[in-house]
Design a protein around this ligand. Structure first.
Ligand code: ZN
Ligand code: ZN
Length: 310
């Protein structure tokens, strides 16, 4: 568990698992290539040089709300990826130890409906999948739901059946559109690409007498059916995200997986005492945040051009 405050917003990262296995997502992330990037060791690669993938939830406490962002893989679920299959992990206990019993959560936000972002929406109770957070409203993107619920793929159907439909059945879902405000200060933005309805969000925090804006990028990486159109959508979302970050003056970037926002280092550094005037380790500057999206834009455009040529 890592916890840090950015001004008046407290963020707690509750890790479900960290394990080697990033190659399905980043095919070039093989030990031979990673070796040449020395700072990856020891936190982002294991002793065999394999890239580590982290799955975690963030609890964002803002404007009196307790928002769980993305709900990991979950327990007892049949999944084709071995470390994700029929897990018996202590996630809920860890969440409670962090100060968040399940019934104290008022909002669950799934940035998208991939398997590692919806798992703890439900848990198995006497053979039935029931909502893990019975007092929460679950915010799901309308576009995202419409896309996946029409998908005939057996794995998708399984994931929805055990992790998404039960919260609908319990009447806890709010399907949200493009301009939804979660709390006074937390607003959602559609950034399709990683999935058709991926949501990102922004919120301001007061830090040392100043107001900083956090941009949370919801859904990174190209693990979708590759096509010219899909990469164009991704690219355009990154252009939109860069504009948003610039307009909002975002100086803090967060992402759902440690690999993309250096949460591993930053959350640890945030535990240390800071010298007067020293910045919060998550704070960068607008150009750095914008560059993150511009780089993603360029990668998507490169992939698009490759496919256009073929
Ligand atoms: Zn995903
Ligand atoms: Zn993911």
């Amino acid at each position: 568990m890592h916890r840090w405050k950015i001004g008046d917003v407290r963020v707690t990262r509750v890790q479900e698992l960290e394990a080697p296995g990033l190659q399905w997502l980043l095919p070039d992330a093989v030990p031979e290539n990673l070796e040449s990037i020395p700072w990856l060791a020891p936190h982002y690669v294991d002793e065999h040089g394999q890239a580590l993938a982290s799955v975690h939830a963030l609890v964002v406490e803002a404007s009196g709300r307790r928002i769980v962002v993305d709900t990991c893989v979950g327990n007892d679920k049949e999944r084709p990826i071995p470390p994700w299959n029929l897990r018996q992990g202590p996630f809920l206990k860890d969440l409670e130890t962090a100060g968040f019993p399940t019934d104290s959560i008022d909002t669950v936000l799934c940035t998208h409906l991939h398997v590692d972002h919806v798992g703890w929406n439900t848990r198995l109770v006497e053979g039935r999948w029931l909502p893990t957070f019975p007092r929460a409203r679950y915010l799901l993107g309308r576009t995202e739901w419409e896309h996946w619920s029409a998908d005939g793929d057996p794995l998708t159907r399984t994931i929805l059946a055990d992790s998404v439909r039960p919260v609908f059945d319990a009447g806890l879902v709010d399907l949200v559109g493009s301009d939804h405000r979660v709390a006074d200060e937390v607003w959602l933005e559609p950034t399709p690409g990683h999935t058709p309805g991926t949501l990102s969000f922004l919120f301001p925090v007061a830090e040392g007498g100043r107001s900083l804006t956090v941009m949370y990028a919801g859904g990174t990486a190209f693990n979708f059916p590759p096509s010219v159109e899909a990469f164009a959508i991704y690219r355009d979302s990154m252009i939109h995200s860069a504009e948003l970050a610039r307009t909002a003056g975002a100086t803090v970037l967060m992402s759902n997986h440690t690999e993309f926002d250096r949460a591993y280092d930053r959350a640890r550094i945030a535990q240390l005492r800071r010298l007067p005037g020293e910045r919060h380790p998550y704070e960068t500057d607008v150009d750095t945040v914008v560059r993150y999206f511009e780089m993603s834009r360029d990668c998507a455009e490169a992939e698009r051009l490759l496919r256009e040529r073929d």
